[in-house]
Design a binder for this molecule. Sequence first.
Ligand code: MF3
Ligand code: CO
Length: 251
Amino acid sequence: MAVIIKNQKQIELMREAGRILAIVHEELKEFIRPGISTLDIDRKGKAIIDRFGCIPSFLNYEGYPASICVSVNEEVVHGIPKKKRILKEGDIVSLDAGVIYKGYHSDAARTWPVGTVSKETQKLLDVTKQSFYEGIKFARAGRHLHEISRAIQKYVESNGFSVVRDLVGHGVGADLHEDPQVPNFKPIGRGILLQPGMTLAIEPMVNAGKKDVWWLDDDWTVVTKDGSKSAHYENTILITEGEPEILSIQK
Ligand code: MF3
Ligand code: CO
């Protein structure tokens, strides 16, 4: 296992990849409404990424057939966009996207309500996003990686939801998936010591019901076993000498 520390030049490229991805998500947010298909979202996302001259990180990644992972309701992650999958009022939709800018990846996910959602569903979205922020309180040089994981899990579970165990966050850089793995639950051990120049994709996946998931027959779409809704929130961050820098949000 080798964690790649990025130099200033590489960090600049990752900042730009993150800045562009933040705009992709802002524009997609405005596009979400009842009546559109999940394929419409993929097409729109691809067009925005093209406009910046970037490459969608996920397109053809290990055979994934689209640019944006679009996961509705009980779909946790890696939903495949489809013409016939139409969003309706009260749904939630997770959009996971990545862009490659001059050889460097950014990776980020948001979960949006479609029209008005129930109070409990809104709480799921809020807790999922906040769990990321609880986690990155520990994303500092000198801390251990699993302090992030533990903070995410603690916050989610104290709010009555569960964290998915079968998928984790990861290092990100010239490759979409680099070491280390970043679990959203506390594994055995402290994890690596965090150092300035590390770039991580931290991505809590939170189920309203039980933590268990399985894969659909398409071999991509991950769904909750109990059919409960699931939300995903992710950003690419940089470990610095001080506060972590979130590369994939608009500043
Ligand atoms: N954010 C996801 C991840 O970190 C996206 C990968 S989807 C894939 O794994 F299609 F590219 F596999
Ligand atoms: Co990721």
